[in-house]
Ligand binder design. Structure first.
Ligand code: ATP
Length: 604
C-alpha cells in the first residue's frame, strides 16, 4: 500500500470516528429525561435565529438611512431619526439576543459536561483492577478533563459559531439575490466558499508545523531538565559541550518549526485577504455600475460592502475554530473510548444477592494468571469451615495476596471455582459479595482528608461513638486523642503524614467499622512493632471471633493459633494443617519456622 493510500484510509477512518463521536454526543443535547434541557435548547435556538435575523437586518436599516439622506441632499436635509434609532435598537437587540442565547444555553452545555464526566467516572470505578494497574491515574483524569472541555467547546462552537455563520451566509446570499440580481448572490457565495476552502486546506497543512513546534518545545525542556538534574554526572564526564549541543539541536528544530509555522500563518492570512478583497472589489464594481445605471441606490452600494465585511468577522476565526474542533473531537473520542472500555468482572445475568450463612469457604482447583504466559496460582484447593481462621504463608511472590484478590473478585479465576457458603462467587452480585468481606490490605492508602473521614469510610452512616469504639479496638484511639486536632487531623495525600503503623491501624479500624462476615488481613500488622502487634492481635481475635478469617502473614509467630495453615510455594499449595501438624511434617513450613526463630534469636 503506498503512503498516499494509507493516508487516505487513515483520513476516512478519522472522519468515521469524528462522525461517531458527534453521534455519541447527541443524546446529551436531547436528553430523554430532562424536559428543562429540551426547553432551553429550543429557546436558545429561537434567540439564535432572532439574533441572526436582526444582525442581517442592521446593514439594511443602514442602507435605508443613507438612501433617505442622499435622496434629500438637494433639498432640505431630512434626518431619518426614526430609522437611526431603529438602527441603534437593532444593534442592541442583536447583541442582547446573542447574550440571552448564551445564558440560556449555558446550562445545556454544562449539564452535558457534567453528565459525560459523571458517566465516565462511574465507568472508571467499574473497570477492573487490571485496567487501573495498567494505566496511569494522572493520564486518566487528564483524558476526562480534556474530553469534557472538548464537549463544551464543540457544543458552543458548533451551535453558536459554525451553524449561525452558515445561516448568515445563506441569508445574505438570498437577500443579495432578491434585492439586486442573482450574480450578487453567486459572487458572494463563491467568495465565501473559496475563503472556507482555502482556510481549511491551509490550516490542515499547517497543523504539522504546529505539532512539530510543540513536540520540539517539549523535547527541549525535557532535555534541559534532564541535563540539569544530572548536573553531577555531566561534570564527572566533562560533557558540558555535548549537553549544550543536544539542547541546541532541539532548540534549532524548534526554531525551524516556529518559523515555518509563522510563514504558513502569514500565507494563510495573505490568501484570506486576497480572497476577501477580490470578492468585495468585484461586488463593489458591480454595485458601482448598478448605481450608475440607476438600478441601485447609494445605500445599496454601502449595503453590499457592509454585508461582506460583517460576514467575514466570524470567518476570521475559522482556522482557529477548525483546529480546536479537530482537537476537541480527538479529546472526546479519547474520553468516550474510556466509557466504551469493556468491564472485565461482570455480574452474570439475573445474578442473585449473596446469602451469607457464616462464611464457609472452598477453593476448588483454582488456577489463575494475571497475564497469559505466567501462572500465578496452580490448581489450589482448600476448605475453610465457617467461623474458623485460615493462615496463608509462603515465600514472597508465592501468590498469597492474589488469593485475597480472587475472593474479593477483583479478578475472575482462570479455571476452577471459589465457593462461599455453597454459592459460587461468580454467580452472585459483586456488590452483595463485597459487603460481606472486609480486607485490610498490605499497603494502606488513605484519602487526603481527616482521620475521622478515613475511619468512617468503612460505614459512612456510623455515629461518632461507633467510630471511636472502632479506633480503640484497633489500638489507635489513644494516639488520635493525643493529636492537637484529634479526629479532625488531616492525613495528607495518600495518608503520608502518618507512620506506616498508624495508617495500618486506621485501615483496621475502618474494616472493624464495616463489620463484614468474612475478614482478610493481608500482612496487616507488618508495619507495627511487636508490642502494638500483640495489642492488635488481641483486637483481631475479638473482632474476628466466630468470623471466617484469613490471615496472610510473613511472621509465622502471628499465625500459630490459626485453625488451619496453608503453605504456598510458586503458586502451588504444598502443605496444609495446624501449626503442630506442619512442624511434624518437616517440610517448607518447618524450614521457614526455624529460620525465623534463628533470626529472632540473633536480633535478641
Ligand atoms: P508478598 O508476600 O511479597 O506480598 P504474595 O505471595 O502476596 O507476595 P502476590 O501479591 O499474590 O504475592 O503476587 C504473586 C505473583 O503475581 C508475584 O510474582 C507478582 O509479581 C505477580 N503479580 C501480582 N500482581 C500482579 C499484576 N497485577 N499483574 C501481573 N503480575 C502480578
Amino acid at each position: 500500500m503506498d503512503l498516499e493510500m494509507a493516508d487516505k484510509l487513515a483520513d476516512d477512518k478519522n472522519s468515521y470516528n469524528n462522525l461517531r463521536t458527534i453521534v455519541t454526543l447527541l443524546p446529551y443535547l436531547w436528553p430523554k429525561n430532562s424536559l428543562e434541557i429540551k426547553y432551553r435548547i429550543v429557546i436558545a435556538l429561537t434567540f439564535l435565529f432572532a439574533a441572526k435575523g436582526v444582525t442581517v437586518g442592521i446593514p439594511f436599516i443602514y442602507k435605508l438611512v443613507i438612501d433617505t439622506i442622499t435622496q434629500s441632499l438637494s433639498a432640505l436635509i431630512v434626518i431619518p431619526i426614526g430609522l437611526i434609532i431603529a438602527y441603534g435598537v437593532a444593534r442592541l437587540l442583536a447583541q442582547t439576543f446573542g447574550e440571552l442565547r448564551d445564558a440560556i444555553f449555558a446550562k445545556v452545555g454544562q449539564r452535558a459536561v457534567r453528565d459525560a464526566g459523571f458517566k465516565t467516572f462511574r465507568h472508571l470505578h467499574k473497570l477492573s483492577l487490571r485496567f487501573h494497574l495498567d494505566r496511569q491515574t494522572g493520564g486518566l483524569t487528564r483524558s476526562v478533563e480534556r474530553g469534557t472541555k472538548g464537549i463544551s467547546f464543540l457544543l458552543n462552537f458548533m451551535l453558536f459559531s459554525i451553524i449561525p455563520t452558515l445561516l448568515e451566509i445563506l441569508m445574505v446570499c438570498i437577500i443579495m439575490g432578491a434585492l439586486f440580481n442573482i450574480w450578487f448572490a453567486i459572487v458572494t457565495f463563491v467568495t465565501i466558499a473559496g475563503y472556507i476552502y482555502w482556510t481549511l486546506g491551509v490550516t490542515e497543512w499547517r497543523l504539522k508545523f504546529r505539532r512539530k513546534m510543540n513536540e520540539m518545545d517539549n523535547e527541549a525542556s525535557t532535555k534541559a531538565i534532564d541535563s540539569l538534574l544530572n548536573y553531577e554526572t555531566v561534570k564527572y564526564f566533562n560533557n558540558e559541550v555535548h549537553e549544550g549541543k543536544r539542547f541546541d539541536e532541539a532548540l534549532s528544530s524548534y526554531e525551524e518549526a516556529a518559523v515555518k509555522s509563522q510563514v504558513s500563518l502569514s500565507t494563510l492570512n495573505i490568501g484570506q485577504g486576497l480572497i476577501i478583497s477580490s470578492g468585495i472589489t468585484v461586488l463593489m464594481i458591480m454595485a458601482g455600475f448598478g448605481v450608475q445605471d440607476k438600478t441601485m441606490t447609494l445605500g445599496d452600494f454601502v449595503l453590499v460592502n457592509s454585508y461582506l465585511i460583517q460576514l467575514f468577522i466570524p470567518l476570521n476565526f475559522l482556522g482557529f475554530v477548525y483546529r480546536e474542533v479537530k482537537q476537541s473531537l480527538i479529546d472526546m473520542e479519547d474520553m468516550f473510548r474510556l466509557t466504551g472500555e469493556k468491564i472485565e468482572v461482570r455480574d452474570i445475568k439475573n445474578a442473585e444477592a449473596f446469602n451469607f450463612r457464616g462464611g464457609k469457604l472452598k477453593f476448588s482447583n483454582v488456577s489463575f494468571d494475571y497475564n497469559e504466559n505466567r501462572r500465578i496460582l496452580d490448581n489450589v484447593s482448600f476448605e475453610l469451615p465457617a467461623g474458623k481462621t485460615l493462615a496463608i504463608v509462603g515465600p514472597s511472590g508465592s501468590g498469597k495476596s492474589t488469593i485475597a484478590r480472587l475472593i474479593y473478585r477483583f479478578y475472575d479465576v482462570t479455571s476452577g471455582r471459589i465457593i462461599l457458603d455453597d454459592q459460587s462467587i461468580d454467580e452472585v452480585t459483586q456488590d452483595s459479595l463485597r459487603q460481606q468481606i472486609g480486607i485490610v490490605p498490605q499497603d494502606t492508602v488513605l484519602f487526603n482528608d481527616s482521620i475521622y473521614y478515613n475511619i468512617a469510610y468503612g460505614r459512612p452512616d456510623a455515629s461518632p461513638s461507633e467510630i471511636e469504639a472502632a479506633a480503640n479496638l484497633a489500638s489507635i484511639g489513644e494516639f488520635i486523642s493525643s493529636l492537637p486536632d484529634g479526629y479532625n487531623t488531616k492525613v495528607g495525600e495518600r495518608g503520608l503524614k502518618l507512620s506506616g503503623g498508624e495508617k495500618q491501624r486506621i485501615a483496621i479500624a475502618r474494616t472493624i467499622l464495616k463489620d463484614p462476615g468474612i475478614l482478610i488481613f493481608d500482612e496487616a500488622t507488618s508495619a507495627l512493632d511487636s508490642r502494638t502487634e500483640k495489642e492488635i492481635q488481641t483486637a483481631f481475635s475479638q473482632v474476628s471471633e466466630n468470623k471466617t478469617t484469613i490471615i496472610i502473614a510473613h511472621r509465622l509467630s502471628t499465625v500459630v493459633n490459626a485453625d488451619n495453615i496453608i503453605v504456598l510455594n510458586n503458586g502451588k499449595l504444598v502443605e496444609s494443617g495446624s501449626h503442630e501438624h506442619l512442624l511434624q511434617a518437616h517440610g517448607l513450613y518447618e524450614n521457614m519456622w526455624k529460620r525465623q526463630l534463628e533470626k529472632e534469636e540473633q536480633e535478641d
